[in-house]
Write a protein that binds this ligand. Structure first.
Ligand SMILES: Nc1ncnc2c1ncn2[C@@H]1O[C@H](COP(=O)(O)OP(=O)(O)OP(=O)(O)O)[C@@H](O)[C@H]1O
Length: 276
């Protein structure tokens, strides 16, 4: 569904490229987590995918289209929820009436269900909702568009604790096989047990692109009383001991995404063979 080849992008001619020779393939039926430190280029990459920025070199292909051409036939099948958004002072009904027509597969019944799941109040003006409530409305709208590509930039920022678990439930529960969701986030706990592929950006490149299933087949995430040992690839002190990563020996464990992110971004030599 997404094919990125040899992508180079720079914000200004004078600066070195933010991405150089970036390559990525993503298929429908997946929820991908885009991770990276501040400034790694996550938002920029999302904007390149949805046609808000244009590559300086290389190709971005989404469902057979170049998003930079901004064709309506593609845009009716892409929904981008930015981290910072504007929402007008109209009722939910008016907003939906004005915007749902852009999306041929829009599902009104799903929208009502999601509004209820997120316990959003009836309101005459969306602007009177809190930041988190506005975000929950836009997440509900995004999922209801049924677009084949949903791009969500930091969707759980501003959501309270119960809403984060509702978010995981509704995203997992409302997707069809022909949809792809890309979630850029720092809140990795919020997307644990939701994403099935990890994309990790650093220094203009993907330092990891792997399915969670494959990671859990390779690496074991466990605890230890000691930070070092023959099999320990990476360790972090926690109260009462250490969280550690070891090579997988027992055939699968839950992936601790935060621990994995720290292990890879600290660049431990021992992890190298497992992440490429
Ligand atoms: N409009 C812009 N003009 C020039 N440089 C920009 C612009 N937007 C972003 N940048 C630069 O591009 C780099 C990547 O920014 P981007 O917002 O894509 O990172 P990010 O990974 O989303 O960061 P964060 O996690 O902090 O949101 C940063 O160094 C940033 O300063």
């Amino acid at each position: 569904m997404i094919s990125i080849q040899n992508l180079e992008f720079k914000y200004s001619k004078k600066q070195p490229p933010l991405f150089h020779n970036l390559e990525c393939e993503l298929q429908a039926g997946s929820i991908a987590g885009l991770l990276g430190k501040n400034g790694a280029g996550k938002t920029t990459l999302l904007k390149l995918m949805v046609g808000l920025l244009f590559p300086t070199e290389g190709k971005v292909n989404i469902m057979g289209h170049e998003p930079a051409k901004r064709q309506p036939s593609l845009f009716q099948d892409i929904y981008f929820l930015p981290e910072e958004f504007y929402i007008p002072g109209v009722s939910i009904g008016s907003y939906v009436k004005a915007n749902s027509g852009f999306y041929p597969r829009f599902d009104q019944t799903l929208l009502q269900q999601l509004i209820s799941d997120f316990e959003l109040p009836e309101t005459k003006s969306l602007q009177k909702l809190s930041y988190g409530q506005k975000k929950k409305f836009l997440i509900s709208f995004a999922l209801s568009t049924k677009c084949r590509l949903l791009v969500l930039d930091e969707p759980t920022n501003g959501l309270d604790i119960p809403s984060k678990s509702v978010f995981r439930k509704v995203v997992a529960g409302s997707l069809d096989e022909d949809q792809l969701v890309i979630i850029s986030t720092h809140q990795v706990k919020d997307v644990e047990n939701l994403i099935d592929r990890i994309l990790m950006l650093e220094n203009g490149k993907f330092i990891m692109q792997k399915d969670i299933f494959d990671i859990s087949a390779l690496l074991n995430f466990t605890t230890s009383s000691s930070p070092e040992g023959e099999n320990i690839l990476y360790s972090e002190m926690v109260p009462g001991g250490y969280k550690v990563i070891t090579p997988q020996a027992n055939g699968g464990s839950n992936v601790d995404i935060e621990l994995l992110f720290n292990a890879i971004s600290h660049g431990t030599e021992k992890m190298k063979d497992y992440v490429q």
